[in-house]
Design a protein around this ligand. Structure first.
Ligand SMILES: [Mg+2]
Length: 167
């Protein structure tokens, strides 16, 4: 059971991930979380740095779809300026959002990774679906109360684990 909560990699920040790192690991498609992965939960727009990250993916032929548990307005507002495919109210860790994203990217599961900050949604969801998961250190410690609650249960799984800049 513990394996279900074991990410493929622990990375400090999305900005430590380069297209070359992904390709070297045979990853050609990303499922991306928004909140506390790309931006803090209270940040509406992607901003320049995330915009550049997405552009680098595009320029290097790494496919990408946002899969968020967030509501329609939040996810649309974030994704539209980026001209990026998105799935809102995905109910991660359940598989429906993942299935859609995999279909959109039209890649095999072993070519796809999910990047997210939560063990019980992003990592568990990816592992249940049979795709690799990359756990990101949450951007903003000031999280909604239900997320804080979930973090308590993440702790035993994350103990002694170190976030790194490379995988
Ligand atoms: Mg998140």
């Amino acid at each position: 059971m513990k394996k279900l909560f074991e990410p493929f990699a622990y990375i400090n920040s999305i900005f430590d991930i380069t297209p070359d790192m992904l390709k070297n690991n045979g990853i050609y498609g990303l499922i991306l979380d928004i909140d506390n992965t790309l931006v803090a939960t209270n940040v509406k727009d992607a901003g320049e740095r995330v915009g550049q990250f997405i552009k680098d993916l595009k320029d290097n032929g790494i496919k990408h779809v946002i899969v968020s548990n967030g509501h329609k307005h939040r996810v649309e507002e974030f994704c539209r300026p980026l001209e990026i495919e998105y799935i809102y109210k995905a109910y991660k860790p359940l598989g429906r959002g993942f299935d859609k994203a995999i279909r959109i990217m039209n890649l095999s599961k072993n070519q796809i990774a999910i990047i997210g900050d939560q063990l019980f949604t992003d990592v568990l969801g990816g592992n249940l679906k049979g795709i690799r998961s990359i756990l990101i250190k949450p951007i903003d410690p000031d999280e909604p109360i239900f997320v804080k609650f979930k973090r308590i249960f993440e702790k035993p799984f994350l103990r002694k684990k170190e976030y790194k800049d490379k995988f």
